[in-house]
Design a protein around this ligand. Structure first.
Ligand code: APR
Length: 250
């Protein structure tokens, strides 16, 4: 493993443009449940069609609102972990580093990552159902969706099943993936598209791909380095090894 970490640190030492592409696994050590893990207790009785589609929201707005309110509460109660923090540290040591995440929990930004591309939106933001007007300062603890100034109900700014990803964010993610020379793929099963296409785009454009995951995924086949392990453990080791080989202690 140490050899693989040294190889990764050497790739970082020559990289000019780095992308860190993350999924639910990077938040696991903070205690954030994935969509399915979160469906415990009362919520286990509902299927994703009911809780996470526009049709589900239209059929029962208070139910869907309360589900996301409950998940927002869970996110508020946790902190970024050593993996999120190591990514911020790496960003201070290479010329350019951008985070592209599938997570809606906002933990990369809370750790200090700048300009995070949130492919699947954010549980912390809202917009209105009918007109997509953005809404600020939505109070916590409401039992049903408040109304926008236009009269439409507010909804969480997350991408539901069957919805398109935000066009500008996806376009920026494609461009960064094409332009980077090193992509880290961290804690994603690599099966939900179009997000899962990003490592293939990077690889086809000539970037090196480093994957961190305790389990192999479909992306492992194209990874130049596969680091089997937990991101909160492996990423800080990469930072330390990088500092050693480049002499770049803060
Ligand atoms: N460190 C790194 N990877 C981990 C860790 C960890 N501590 N713990 C688990 N993993 C890995 C798992 O092995 C798995 O491959 O993280 C991956 C999580 O997979 P998913 O739960 O399927 O999450 P993700 O790939 O982000 O899902 C993509 O699907 O549910 C929808 O829209 C939702 O954004 C989500 C998308």
């Amino acid at each position: 493993m140490q050899q693989l970490i040294e190889t990764t640190a050497s790739l970082l030492a020559t990289a000019k443009s780095v992308v860190v592409f993350t999924g639910a696994g990077v938040s696991k050590e903070s205690g954030i449940p994935t969509f399915r893990d979160a469906q415990e207790g009362l919520w286990a009785n509902y299927d994703p069609q009911t809780l996470a589609t526009p049709e589900g929201f239209a059929a029962n707005p208070p139910l869907v609102w309360q589900w996301y309110e409950w998940r927002r509460q869970k996110v508020r109660d946790v902190k970024p972990n050593a993996g999120h923090i190591a990514i911020v540290e790496l960003s201070t040591k290479v010329p350019e580093l951008r985070v592209i995440t599938q997570n809606i929990d906002g933990l990369h930004a809370r750790a200090g990552s700048k300009d995070v591309l949130e492919l699947h939106g954010s549980i912390a933001r809202h917009y209105c159902f009918d007109e997509q007007h953005p809404a600020d300062d939505v109070p916590d603890g409401l039992d049903e969706p408040p109304l926008c100034w236009c009269g439409s109900m507010l909804r969480p700014a997350v991408v539901w099943f069957g919805e398109s990803l935000p066009g500008k964010v996806l376009g920026d993610a494609f461009r960064l993936s094409k332009e980077c020379d090193l992509m880290f793929v961290v804690g994603t099963a690599g099966v939900v598209y179009p997000a899962a296409s990003l490592p293939y785009i990077a690889k086809d454009a000539g970037a090196k791909v480093v994957e961190i995951n305790p389990e192999p995924t479909p992306i492992t086949d194209i990874a130049d380095v596969f680091l089997p392990g937990y991101s909160g453990h492996v990423l800080p080791q990469i930072v330390t090894t990088f500092e050693k080989i480049t002499g770049s202690h803060p």
